[in-house]
Design a protein around this ligand. Structure first.
Ligand SMILES: [Zn+2]
Ligand SMILES: [Zn+2]
Length: 350
């Protein structure tokens, strides 16, 4: 595919901030395929390469899992009584809360990364994945055009496609809420953790295969290519996609998991998962591989470099949060080869 060729050519200039292969480790004995030795070596390197970044990452995760269930138990009953007093139906409540929650964290995550890009502080820039300048440094005029187009489509997806999708899904379900919303069913910490893990793993499974399908030659040029216009991605671009893709990748996988979990899932767990997912997807697109990223503590998790590799080389690394579907199906062999070799791509390509 011509597009692939262009992207690979351009990416010769890019250096990943990946950990170098250990000199003690004989990489020639490592396979790039999914044998256990390779997989666990890569996992161990992923953790050790974080260095002291592991400490803030652990603190963020501990804070999230400690406080989220407490805040849910404390504030969800307040939201419930406020809306019941005003005669809202359960469906109205879930639609409004889900949308407002999404907008809130989308805005916060976007501003968080905007501040980092704006500062261009060496503390952050040392973790930049690409050696190329940011697109706004390269050509400001072109960047403003890209940004304007991105704002329009992210706005369409967020303010038109998402509300319609939620209302249509509710109508299909006869305006009944599939998951629990009552105050008594708010899970304790154990239930919350299990709910989040099931949401993450379920969504990741569906998303992997939908994303791979998006790369089918009959689909890619008409739908998914738009998202791949960003070769060097930024956080905001996580939601820059064709509306069909937005529904199939951003709405249906997590919605389907919530539907399948039914009453075993509480709306507060779903909302907390949405919060984490918003930051995770922007983290995957932000162009940095921050050692303190809390999302990359999960075993076999992907990362900024992992997804940036996908944007550059296109037909590989389809997974979003976790890597094991890619590993099992051999979709990240090339990424692993470069990762395990610890080579600079520009040298490798010479
Ligand atoms: Zn992407
Ligand atoms: Zn893709």
């Amino acid at each position: 595919m011509r597009q692939d060729f262009i992207q690979q050519e351009r990416y010769k200039l890019i250096l990943f901030v990946m950990p170098k292969a250990s000199p003690q480790m004989d990489n020639t004995k490592l396979s790039t395929t999914a044998d256990l030795k390779t997989v666990f070596y890569r996992e161990s390197k992923r953790y050790t390469s974080k260095g002291t970044g592991l400490i803030p990452a652990l603190l963020i995760v501990a804070t999230y899992f400690y406080f989220a269930p407490i805040l849910c138990k404390r504030y969800w009953p307040v939201v419930l009584s406020y809306t019941i007093e005003r005669g809202w139906s359960a469906c109205q409540l879930t639609v409004v809360v889900t949308l407002l929650w999404h907008y809130l964290w989308h805005f916060v995550a976007t501003m968080y990364y905007y501040a980092i890009y704006h500062l261009e502080h060496p503390f952050f820039e040392r973790d930049k994945i690409s050696k190329e300048p940011w697109p706004w440094q390269e050509n400001r005029e072109e960047w403003m055009k890209t940004l304007k187009k991105s704002f329009i489509w992210v706005g369409v997806n967020s303010f038109i496609v998402l509300p319609i999708s939620i209302v249509v899904a509710s109508a299909v379900n006869n305006f009944e809420i599939p998951y629990a919303i009552d105050a008594e069913s708010i899970p304790d910490r154990g239930g919350f953790v299990v709910g989040i893990i099931l949401e993450v793993m379920g969504e990741d499974l569906i998303l992997h295969f939908v994303h791979k399908w998006m790369h089918h030659p009959l689909v890619y040029p008409y739908v998914h290519k738009m998202h791949h216009e960003y070769i060097q991605s930024v956080g905001f671009a996580a939601h820059y996609s064709h509306p069909i893709e937005y529904v199939l990748i951003s709405v249906i996988p997590s919605g389907l998991v919530s539907l399948l979990l039914g009453r075993h899932l509480h709306i507060t767990t779903m909302l907390m998962h949405n919060l984490a997912r918003e930051f995770e997807t922007q983290d995957g697109h932000c162009g940095y591989e921050f050692s303190w990223s809390p999302f990359r503590l999960m075993p076999f998790s992907a990362g900024g470099a992992y997804h940036e590799f996908h944007h550059a080389f296109v037909n590989c690394n389809y997974s979003s949060f976790l890597t094991f579907w890619d590993t099992l199906l051999g979709h990240n062999d090339e990424f692993n080869r470069r990762y395990l070799g610890g080579k600079e791509i520009e040298k490798k390509e010479e």
